[in-house]
Design a protein around this ligand. Structure first.
Ligand code: ZN
Length: 66
């Protein structure tokens, strides 16, 4: 489970609805919400579910349109 630090609660919180995003420098990051106050939590690194790092849009075929 992805965990982050809520700056509003000033405590480590579990990230609700974590989403993997890519920062401007190309590094993966996780963005979600605090389950207590709902403040947006930002954490450097990919979510726990993502085993492999975010590949750039180089290979296609992962999603087959039907
Ligand atoms: Zn909070």
């Amino acid at each position: 489970m992805a965990g982050g630090y809520c700056v509003k609660c000033k405590e480590p919180r579990e990230i609700v609805d974590p989403k993997q995003i890519t920062m401007k420098n190309g590094r993966p990051a996780t963005e979600g919400r605090c389950p207590v106050c709902g403040t947006r939590i930002f954490k450097i690194g990919a979510p726990d579910g993502a085993a492999k790092p975010a590949e750039p849009a180089a290979e296609a075929g992962e999603q087959a349109k039907g």
